[in-house]
Design a protein around this ligand. Structure first.
Ligand code: PLP
Length: 653
């Protein structure tokens, strides 16, 4: 009899006890998902795009509805209400801080376009941000063009960062005549000359900002963007020299803004406080040197708590949005008021904190492999090695209470020894291929039994070697996605994103697994998961059911992932949609952006899809002529190629 040992022996007893609350706990949903993601009674992920202000969408129903509209997975779903809610939260945090600390000034933020340049998203931000005169930050000429043409609010700021040539500077100066408010931020010492010359030629000056290179320590991955060796910003001697140059050119009146940026995803609020104090003092000194000033731009870096642990670790932050706003407001006030100087309008360039939550990638699992641990039937006159393995396995059919660490360890040592014996015997020709297969299956079956028993021991009394059995026995789930396209930072900088099934959350997940993507790259995997402040290598997942889809969500990926994603193995952009909450739990599909077709990605690398097709057609004709291919077969081949060219680059289920 072949008996599967995939399921834990105790599964019958425990399945009935599993509830959606267990899933919420298991996937840490309350820590990273609040207030936007939850689970409903059907075991589906529930999206509350307006946070706690009411209204929700069943994510599984949404995906089904989108599939009904002929949009296939993988799919990026953007919730415009979440974007709006993030803006709302940012502004209310600053409003509260300003009230609490009696700050005699205001807050006026901008969105750094580099974080997500997608048109619908930028348009939505401008629309939702209009009531606060929310602006944009550009870091290149292309981004400047986006900002100039989309940002039509004359009171909103347009912060111009990045390296600037003469054309960039002139564009910004002339844009003031269009009723825009560009602030040209001097990042490099030599830019001041370009600005002075351009202003002289055009007879008009831009609003000018200075980016300071702070001496305060940085932290985390982007820590090196501050300090004396940072790539950007003016050192203190450069700041002083730049002010002198501006004064001599009669442009000191245009100097309105001081900017600093201490790197993305600031994990530790203490780092920000130091930087704020230093920048606050520089601001005061610039006023003393005669600059009118008016704006202090604290840059980006407001972090996202990806793992929900609220700690100063890479995937988290040890502060809330409100703590951040309080510190900015209080520190800047304390720098200015003792000197009797007016406080600046506070500007921040928070990208990640605004854009991360709104988009969510859903992908389907194509299949799943695991170790072949079915117990094979006993053959007549079995080799002694196989009998030994069977005995070891039989010795593991014991009451959980009898399973001591020592007994389990001994059984594992035996199993490994017998497996090695089997391998040696096979090499020497004493064991057939079938017998070797049987030996391997029995070894895996032992490993599974041992893991099941040792799981009930609790982590402390579990010997290290047995703990590794989780890894050894883990399943690989094949995801219909490319992480290089959709979550490049998981690969590039080990970024952690919450990942979990979006349905079956009322069922106990019985397996541990990792995801492999579609690329032929061994790095193409998702193998680090949120785990209460740390990270774990394996995620609890469900058994695949034949004929039933298994859908996984990758959350909080709205910042940086889209534009950093690449065409590795020619997997293109996925389909994406913009969803708005409508009344009564309904939703509205605002925009559909079709993913790249195979034609699109071929053209991206200079191939001509028509020419490729034509070549195949000719090859087909030759094969028909020589009798190797029938006309109907040639037609079928060409049909397949033509359909593939039109379709997305992902697998069709
Ligand atoms: C990248 C960048 C930002 C955005 O940083 P986040 O961490 O996404 O908030 C803001 N300002 C400048 C100058 C940047 O380079």
């Amino acid at each position: 009899m072949v008996r599967s040992t995939q399921q834990p022996v105790q599964s019958d007893v425990t399945t009935s006890a599993w509830t959606v609350a267990d899933s919420v706990r298991l996937y840490d949903l309350e820590s990273w998902g609040e207030p936007y993601f939850g689970v409903n009674a059907r075991g589906h992920v529930l999206v509350q795009p307006r946070g706690d202000r009411g209204g929700s969408i069943d994510l599984v129903e949404l995906v089904r509805g989108l599939q009904g509209r002929n949009l296939s997975l993988p799919m990026l779903i953007r919730f415009d209400d979440i974007l709006e809610d993030r803006l709302e939260r940012l502004h209310s945090a600053f409003e509260r801080a300003i009230a609490q600390y009696d700050y005699p000034g205001r807050y006026q933020g901008v969105f750094p376009v580099k974080c997500n340049q997608q048109r619908h998203l930028v348009e939505q931000l401008i629309e939702s941000g209009r009531r606060w005169h929310f602006g944009l930050e550009a870091g290149s000429k292309a981004e400047l063009l986006i900002a100039l043409s989309l940002l039509d609010d004359p009171e909103a700021l347009l912060i111009c960062n990045g390296y600037k040539d003469r054309r960039y500077v002139e564009t910004a100066i002339l844009a003031r005549q269009l009723g825009r408010q560009p602030v040209v931020v001097i990042e490099q010492a030599d830019e001041v000359e370009r600005i002075i010359e351009a202003s002289r030629d055009l007879g008009k000056a831009p609003l000018i900002g200075l980016r300071a290179k702070l001496a305060s320590r940085g932290s985390g991955r982007w820590g090196s963007s501050v300090g004396d060796r940072a790539k950007f910003g003016l050192s203190v001697p450069d700041l002083v020299r730049t002010v002198t140059c501006l004064a001599e050119a009669g442009l000191l009146d245009a100097l309105r803004l001081l900017h600093f940026h201490i790197g993305s995803q600031i994990a530790d609020i203490a780092v920000l406080k130091d930087a704020l104090q230093e920048a606050g003092q520089i601001y005061v000194e610039l006023m003393r040197l005669g600059a009118p000033m008016g704006y202090l731009d604290v840059g980006g870096g407001l972090g996202v708590d990806y793992d929900g642990s609220r700690t100063a670790t890479a995937a988290s932050t040890n502060y809330s949005l409100q703590n951040y706003a309080n510190d900015v407001v209080a520190t800047v006030r304390d720098c200015c008021t003792p000197h009797g100087l007016p406080v600046p309008t506070l500007v921040s360039e928070s990208g990640r904190a605004i854009a991360s939550h709104c988009s969510l990638l859903v992908f389907d699992v194509l299949g799943c492999t695991s170790v072949p641990a079915a117990v094979p039937e006993v053959a007549p006159q079995e080799a002694v090695i196989l009998r030994n393995l069977r005995e070891t396995l039989a010795g593991l059919e014991l009451d959980p209470a009898e399973a001591s660490p020592a007994h389990l360890q001994e059984a594992w040592n035996d199993a490994i020894k017998f497996r090695d014996d089997a391998l040696s015997a096979f090499r020497l020709g004493y064991l057939s291929l079938t017998e070797r297969a049987c030996a391997e299956q029995l070894t895996w079956a032992c490993a599974q039994r041992i893991r099941e028993h040792s799981a009930s021991l609790g982590d402390e009394s579990r010997p290290e070697e047995l703990r590794q059995l989780d890894q050894v026995l883990a399943s690989t789930y094949y995801g219909n996605l490319s992480i290089f396209r959709s979550a490049p930072d998981t690969w590039a900088i080990d970024q952690l994103f919450p990942v979990m099934p979006i349905h079956r959350l009322d069922e106990r997940p019985t397996r541990l697994g990792q995801f492999a993507d579609l690329t032929c790259d061994s790095d193409g995997k998702l193998a680090r998961f949120v785990n209460k402040g740390g990270a774990k290598d394996l995620l609890e997942l469900h058994d695949m059911r034949p004929g039933e889809p298994y859908w996984i969500g990758l959350f909080l990926g709205g910042a940086y992932q889209e534009v950093m994603g690449n065409l590795h193995n020619l997997f293109g952009c996925t389909n994406s949609v913009h969803i708005r909450l409508a009344t009564g739990g309904a939703y509205q599909v605002d925009h559909v952006v079709k993913g790249d077709s195979t034609s699109d990605v071929l053209e991206a690398v200079e191939h001509d899809p028509e020419a490729l097709l034509e070549r195949l057609r000719l090859a087909g004709e030759t094969a028909i002529a020589s009798g190797q291919l029938q006309i109907s077969e040639a037609r079928r081949l060409i049909d397949h190629v033509e359909s593939s060219l039109r379709q997305t680059t992902y697998l069709q289920s």
